[in-house]
Design a protein around this ligand. Structure first.
Ligand code: ADP
Ligand code: MG
Length: 238
């Protein structure tokens, strides 16, 4: 079963076509990673899946439903931004409760969902703190928590660890793997970092210049790159 399916997806900004006919399937419940050099179109593609950019052509399906023209809030996706997207004046609890409050969830439900999420992310002792009182890793976990409470079908991550130092990045990668095992939702993670892609992905999707170069399991891409670019990028000669 497919979690996210793209068929011949295209995007132009003015006369520049930056996504040039991308078709791919991210299996339901899997961890997919879009990897490629800066400017290849990773963020644009992710934003199109989220519905934050419209498509110039092609179709996007989530859980078997065509969402190409569906508004973002009704796609069943949640995007995780870098941790600086937290509300500085709100507590950790209220940051995570924010979308539930917007949706007018009952107070008991807010308590329960935020409580469960804090448990998963080991933030239970920090719920009353402001983001400024947290470490970088804790802030990043709050940013992830804000997505979890919405119980999306698909989580979308756009280079969420790029602001963190190297040691913390390694730790957060392990956390993300653990989280994925625990929640079992489809996740799509965008990065320009090959190591991050190799360690996180069930499936890697290599992009270059708005085109999909190859899709496959990390070791498959490593052992059998489709072309020189993939070989050079993933780290074994073609
Ligand atoms: P990546 O995330 O892989 O670094 P992006 O998806 O951000 O790449 O960008 C892909 C290309 O699209 C780049 O050439 C970028 O300059 C261009 N682009 C992205 N967003 C816009 C926009 N809103 N208007 C015009 N060009 C854009
Ligand atoms: Mg980007």
């Amino acid at each position: 079963m497919t979690g996210v399916r793209l068929r011949e997806v295209r995007k132009s900004f003015g006369s520049a076509e930056v996504i040039r006919g991308v078709s791919l399937d991210v299996p339901k419940g899997s961890f997919g990673v879009f990897v490629g050099p800066s400017g290849c179109g990773k963020s644009t593609l992710l934003r199109m899946i989220a519905g934050l950019e419209d498509t110039t052509g092609g179709t996007i399906e989530i859980g078997g439903r065509d969402v190409t023209n569906v508004e973002p809030a009704k796609r069943g996706v949640a995007m995780v931004f870098q941790s600086y997207a937290l509300y500085p004046h709100l507590s950790v609890f209220e940051n995570m409760a924010f979308s539930l409050r917007l949706a007018r969830a009952k107070s008991a439900e807010v308590q329960r969902k935020v409580g469960e999420t804090a448990e998963i992310l080991r933030l239970g002792d920090h719920l009353k703190k402001k983001p400024s009182e947290l470490s970088g890793g804790q802030r990043q976990r709050v940013a992830i928590g804000r997505a979890i409470v919405r119980e999306p079908e698909v989580f979308l991550f756009d280079e969420p660890l790029s602001n963190l130092d190297a040691e913390l990045r390694v730790q957060m990668r392990l956390e993300l793997t653990r989280l994925h095992r625990q929640i079992g939702a489809t996740m799509i993670y965008v990065t320009h970092d090959q190591v991050e892609a190799m360690t996180l992905a069930d499936q890697i999707f290599v992009l270059r210049g708005g085109l999909l170069q190859q899709a496959g399991r990390p070791l498959h891409l490593y052992d059998d790159p489709a072309n020189r670019f993939v070989g050079g990028f993933i780290g074994s000669p073609a």
